[in-house]
Ligand binder design. Structure first.
Ligand SMILES: NC(=O)c1ccc[n+]([C@@H]2O[C@H](COP(=O)([O-])OP(=O)(O)OC[C@H]3O[C@@H](n4cnc5c(N)ncnc54)[C@H](OP(=O)(O)O)[C@@H]3O)[C@@H](O)[C@H]2O)c1
Length: 270
């Protein structure tokens, strides 16, 4: 779909990656509906966007909503269904994470990660499908992760959530292949946002893991939106190791297990 024809809802719009999605989309002519919980952050983001030359106020809407709350999610869905400018793109970017070994991860956090990263995109996709099917062209873009293809110690719940999201995207994409709705999956590698806490950054530095800027991720999103690709994985060697993990998982395990003492130390374990 041409970017200027895109009218996208972006969940997690105030996040490090989400706000750059919003910026890149509006500066290329798209309209956006920005969603997050923090109303003040949404107001400031809209202000920043519409204060730029050439970006009309009506192209940036906001809606504050806790996506984990059914009643609030339903309000968002009916707002979209009744919006005078029909949404044709759903970008599921809201996400949560915690770098800790399973035994140190509170049950509540595990539940939040799975609900926000996996269940919410599934429920939003289902609820918005009838609306998307009424549009000329429509897309659902799920923001996954390299950790949706490689199981990495210290991120077991996050990996579970993103593996599931990748499976969902693949299955739904095939289910809808003969409709107007395309389903896409973007998997960023480590990116500099507040989701990458200081201990993750320190570990990545020690292990020579590259980290992208949110702008680099946003550029790839635009590439994906404007193409026939179903999936786009960002970064080399992450792309290579994701493929290798499918065919020779033991080889990848050996390499990762060598990193275990470093990972444990940064996760706060000795
Ligand atoms: N950063 C990375 O290294 C990295 C790497 C690969 C993939 N990703 C994926 O990229 C996506 C964006 O990540 P990010 O780094 O931009 O994260 P981030 O900076 O932590 O932003 C998270 C966003 O989600 C919103 N959010 C959190 N809980 C919510 C809830 N219950 N209801 C509604 N909104 C909620 C936050 O706003 P409020 O707090 O105001 O609600 C914020 O806008 C995620 O799916 C993440 O898994 C990130």
């Amino acid at each position: 779909m041409k970017i200027e024809k895109t009218n996208a809802i972006i969940t997690g719009a105030t996040g490090g990656i989400g706000r750059r999605f919003a910026q890149h989309l509006v500066e290329n002519g798209a309209s956006v509906l920005l969603v997050a919980r923090d109303t003040q952050a949404l107001l400031e983001l809209r202000e920043n966007l519409v204060n730029q030359p050439g970006i009309e106020t009506e192209r940036v809407a906001i809606f504050s909503c806790d996506l984990l709350e059914e009643e609030q999610r339903n309000r968002l869905i009916s707002y979209i269904e009744n919006s005078p400018t029909p949404i044709n793109t759903l970008i599921n970017s809201a996400g949560d994470n915690q770098f800790s070994f399973l035994e140190d991860t509170p049950d509540k956090k595990i539940e939040q990660i799975i609900k926000l990263n996996t269940l919410t995109p599934i429920l939003l996709s289902k609820a918005l499908l009838p609306h998307l099917e009424k549009q000329g062209d429509a897309q659902i873009v799920n923001i996954g992760s390299t950790f949706g293809s490689i199981g990495y110690p210290g991120f077991s719940s996050y990996c579970a959530s993103k593996y599931a999201l990748r499976g969902f995207s693949e299955a739904l994409g095939r289910e809808l292949s003969q409709t107007n709705v395309k389903v896409k999956y973007l998997s960023p590698r480590a990116t500099n946002t507040k989701l990458s806490t200081a201990n993750i950054i320190a570990m990545n530095k020690e292990l020579n893991v590259a980290m992208d800027s949110p702008d680099e991720v946003a550029e790839q999103l635009l590439r994906l939106l404007d193409s026939d690709m179903h999936e786009l994985a960002i970064g080399w060697p992450e792309r290579f190791f994701s493929k290798l993990n499918q065919v020779l998982p033991n080889l990848v395990s050996k390499a990762i297990i060598k990193q275990l003492p470093t990972i444990r130390r940064h996760a706060g374990l000795v």
